[in-house]
Design a protein around this ligand. Structure first.
Ligand code: ADP
Length: 261
């Protein structure tokens, strides 16, 4: 219980911190976005700098969505969930993910056909995937393989036996696996805590996975880690299948509790 209290206090600290810096950070991003737009106006798709400028622009957009996410974390901004295909979101990130993974790391994707839709915020979900891929790369200093897979898991197949907290419903599963160092059980237990990091100062903040966890919870999903030291790690994300025609009552997490920005 004491641990839970400490975690809650840390969460609160992150929230306050986030709310405080988000505004200044947004101003910086506006300058970057405006400048890169200006440069892009004078470029054609074949020009040498075009791809890089585009990446700068995409990254600035993602940084802006991270700011939104941080604000959401501090409960000052509303989520914007919509119906989407997680395969599409992952596929659209391909270039960025390859850059994150680096030259020594192979990035594989496997997507099942006819993936069910889910309700999620695109920017948030991009944050989840880029975070997991960044961690996977960090766990493979000598290279290796990162595989991302998406598939449907119907209610009968959902691992509710292993995880009794999961309702027995249809899910879309996203798996991010690496062939890296893996982690011991005592580390795996703590990775979703804010500020928990095993990385050296300046390399890790310990915020990535706590944000990932917050996002998945806000989307009514579940995230589990399965890691073997010396072999690698698998993150499994289950998001509820979205069934448009059936009225499903979801807990309202979009109401801001603080003052709006
Ligand atoms: P950070 O990356 O800044 O350390 P995170 O919250 O993203 O913060 O991760 C917390 C810790 O979880 C990492 O420091 C690392 O010890 C562990 N971790 C996360 N992902 C992996 C992975 N794919 N393989 C091994 N360890 C991991």
């Amino acid at each position: 219980l004491e641990d839970q209290f400490a975690t809650a206090q840390k969460m609160q600290a992150v929230g306050n911190l986030a709310g405080g810096i988000a505004h200044d950070f947004n101003n910086v991003l506006t300058v970057i976005t405006a400048s890169v737009d200006f440069l892009l106006m004078n470029q054609k798709p074949g020009d040498p700098a075009f791809q890089d400028l585009l990446l700068i622009k995409q990254s600035a957009n993602r940084a802006a969505s991270l700011v939104r996410q941080l604000l959401a974390y501090s409960r000052r901004q509303t989520m914007r969930p919509k119906m989407l295909s997680l395969t599409d979101v992952v596929a659209d990130l391909d270039l960025l993910l390859k850059r994150i993974a680096g030259d020594r790391t192979k990035l594989e994707r496997r997507h099942a056909r006819d993936l069910w839709p889910v309700m999620a915020d695109i920017g948030q979900f991009e944050q989840v995937i880029t975070n997991l891929v960044g961690n996977a790369r960090d766990a493979m200093p000598n290279g290796g393989t990162i595989s991302i897979a998406t598939r449907n898991v119907d209610a009968a197949e959902a691992p509710t036996y292993e995880h009794p907290e999961m309702p027995k419903i249809d899910y879309v599963l996203v798996e991010v696996a690496d062939t890296g160092t893996g982690m011991p059980a005592d580390v795996a237990e703590r990775i979703f805590e804010p500020f928990f990091t095993t990385k050296e100062i300046g390399k890790g903040t310990g915020l990535g996975l706590s944000m990932v966890y917050g996002i998945i919870k806000q989307s009514n999903g579940f995230i589990y880690v399965d890691s073997t030291e010396g072999k690698g790690t698998v993150f499994r994300i289950f998001l509820p299948r979205y069934v448009p025609d059936v009225a499903v009552t979801m807990p309202d997490q979009t109401k801001p509790t603080g003052t709006p920005e």
